[in-house]
Design a protein around this ligand. Structure first.
Ligand SMILES: [Zn+2]
Length: 322
């Protein structure tokens, strides 16, 4: 990530993207430009999260306007309280991120991580000037956010648009959310890796194996193996893409967006991912929508959520508007 100095007097905010695998942060300028970026494995305690945020603050060589945080789960944007957060970051449930950031009067904003990523796209990316946009973040889990008629959808309790938890398989396995057969159980890095592990465990023909520590091959390695002709990797990805395609078709029928943005770590597969989806999704939505909805990649894959989190501060302070 390139690092540049802001012009004198430029507004700068800290953006933090707290996901299931990594925590990322950056000093972000008013144009969505990243001035300095940071990344660590996701914290597993409140104190390690606090230490990370403090270290980023201490590294800032320019005054910052505030700290914006995008976090998995159901976040109360008004209070920054983490209302519900199953999984690896469960220790944050019930915590108020503003208190953890301990910002000494510095404003702190927080929202769901996918929503923060969408804010970044609306302010500076592919969704600029649009009023109806759907975004999916494909990573450890599946996040989603929607801009509907110019408004970011939050719902009654902040839980709206958890599209990773729509039921796709009526007989599917138990999901992290307590539902069965969710999209996230069939298309997410955890789902892809566990499905490939099942192939290894059954002694199906595979190119990859567990490493010496017993770790399952990464999603990135499974994508590469499929490209190299690994029959198990191909089967795993074929089934995963079948689920994702069906889900996207349903989402376009629900939201009728101008644009669908795909982000998250799995989106790093880039054109390979989009080519596979575009044609089938277009064919299956053409009757009701009457047009092909563009599927595009997030502008800054990997750090878009960080920029969007800082955008929460710029919006709060009315330096920018949607
Ligand atoms: Zn679920």
């Amino acid at each position: 990530m390139s690092e540049t100095q802001p012009p004198p007097g430029e507004a700068v905010a800290i953006g933090i993207d707290l996901g299931g695998t990594a925590i990322k942060a950056a000093l972000v300028g008013l144009h969505g430009n990243l001035l300095e970026s940071f990344r660590e494995d996701s914290p597993r305690t409140v104190s390690s999260l606090r230490d990370f945020i403090h270290s980023v603050r201490n590294r800032a060589k320019v005054p910052v306007l505030g700290i914006g945080i995008g976090c998995k789960g159901v976040i109360d944007a008004a209070t920054t309280r983490v209302n519900r957060l199953p999984g690896d970051l469960h220790f944050l449930e019930g915590c108020t991120l503003r208190d953890i950031a301990g910002a000494n009067g510095l404003p702190v904003s927080a929202d769901n991580d996918a929503r923060a990523a969408l804010v970044g796209e609306v302010l500076w990316g592919a969704a600029r000037g649009r009023r109806n946009v759907l975004m999916l973040t494909l990573g450890t889990g599946v996040g989603a956010a929607a801009l509907v008629d110019g408004v970011i959808v939050r719902g009654a309790s902040g839980a709206a648009c958890h599209l990773g938890h729509v039921t796709l398989d009526l007989r599917g396995g138990l999901c992290i959310c307590g539902n069965y057969g969710c999209l996230e159980t069939s298309f997410s890095s955890r789902a892809i890796e566990s499905s490939y592990f099942a192939h290894i465990h059954r002694a199906s023909p595979t190119h990859l194996s567990l490493d010496e520590a017993g770790h399952v091959p990464s999603t990135e390695a499974i994508f590469q193996a499929a490209a190299d002709g690994d029959p198990s990797a191909r089967r795993v990805l074929d089934l995963a893409f079948e689920s994702l395609t069906a889900a996207l078709v349903s989402f376009l029928h629900v939201f009728d967006p101008e644009l669908l943005i795909i982000g998250g770590n799995i989106a790093a597969a880039g054109p390979q991912l989009l080519t596979r989806l575009r044609e089938e999704v277009a064919r299956r939505t053409s009757v009701l929508l009457g047009r092909e909805v563009p599927l595009v990649l997030q502008k800054t894959i990997g750090y878009g959520g960080v920029a969007g989190a800082a955008g929460l501060i710029f919006l709060q302070q009315r330096l920018l508007t949607i």
